[in-house]
Unconditional design. Sequence first.
Length: 413
Amino acid sequence: MKIAIIGFGAAAIGFIERIKDTDVEIHVFEKSKDIYSSSISGIRADGKLFVSKEMGGDLEIDIELQKKLVDFWINKTRNKSVETGQSFSNIEYYKKFYAKGFQPVASDFYHLGTEQLKEILYNIFHEYESNKNIHFHFEKQINKIDFLNGMFRLDNKKTFDNVIVAVGRSGHKLIKTIVKDFPEIVLDSTKVDLGIRFELPDHIVEELNKEMYEFKVKYKSKTGYMVRTFCNNPSGYVVTENYGDFTTVNGHSKIKDKSKNTNFAVLTTVQLTEPFNDPIGYGSNIAKLTNLLGGDKVILQTYSHFKDSKRTKNLYRVQPTLDESNFILGDINLAYPRRIIESVIDFIENLNEVIPGISNTDNLVYAPEIKFYSYTLNNNKFKNLKFIGDCSGYTRSIIYATAHGYLMAEELL
Ligand SMILES: Cc1cc2nc3c(=O)[nH]c(=O)nc-3n(C[C@H](O)[C@H](O)[C@H](O)COP(=O)(O)OP(=O)(O)OC[C@H]3O[C@@H](n4cnc5c(N)ncnc54)[C@H](O)[C@@H]3O)c2cc1C
């Protein structure tokens, strides 16, 4: 059997890990130049591994398998040094958040850190590359898949018995092309997460950072939208993420090089109904409008100005960790829909009831921060064309994507 895997990310790694010791001929097509080249993904920046039934994707993944895959990633580091923690295992914290209307999300996590990820990826790649049946093709962006006599052909060239599409979110162009040819494979495409990245001095959230490192809570705001925290980075850095035609913000933290600020995203889930069917277009256009106002940069604003819809011209006590060449001081209210802004403000004001200091006037707000959901795709439509990981719409985390690949390989075997 000859299998093509498109993309070499978390899901592809899970798939290969399960199938590598068989006689299946595997060809991996990856658009990046080599294993070191960056593409936007958590296996190249930050690398927090979560074990949780409540987050990471819309799949039922056994806790034992999640733990086994966490060990797989950690075992690829040189000296197994990771930061670990548990969110909301302490019932007192759980009760405190719950009392103010938050839904705490329980999870165990393991932080690999940006520096170690390079080494991990290289070790995985090196091991797979030395298998005789695994062939890597870098700088091979696949743009088209055709169905021919029961087999699938890539870019009008080679045909394969099975094609596994594992292109993550950065591969949305290929997914769009496939969906155009086979529109019936789309089960759902209505959601996008829009919000901001919040940055504040470590000492305000010190206790919480120490207790659980990553605090994840959900909250039904007065607008009716669900708002949640995402990707908390104690002593971390805010960074930009370039999507080609727009730039967003994100955050990460390093194992050694620490800042004095904590950052996390506050995201509002927008779910629209028919005739709406383009959440990526909706999110991208809001990001582009924000960049347009910022002269192709992201916008930074103090929290009080964000709340009062005034342009920020000066900062006060909190200094940004994002390099000043990447942002402009401005007013996010000129680019974001009111309902999103109100949801975020309601969330932060309420969070201040649990953590005093969160709503300090000079804390920092960055935009655009957007998390796209892929189309949810029907994996039962074709026997030999499968979608795994984030591009399938079923996963949103490293461990869920790795597990999805692993389970798909098992099914195939
Ligand atoms: C900045 C950032 C930080 C994150 N941090 C975390 C975190 O700390 N913890 C966590 O659990 N999750 C995190 N995530 C989410 C996590 O990265 C993803 O859920 C996970 O990597 C999905 O795995 P995947 O294999 O589906 O996609 P990816 O890991 O993104 O891999 C997809 C691969 O496909 C390649 N590709 C794309 N299109 C093509 C094409 N047409 N042809 C060939 N190759 C192609 C890409 O270059 C990429 O290498 C983060 C995401 C981002 C963007």
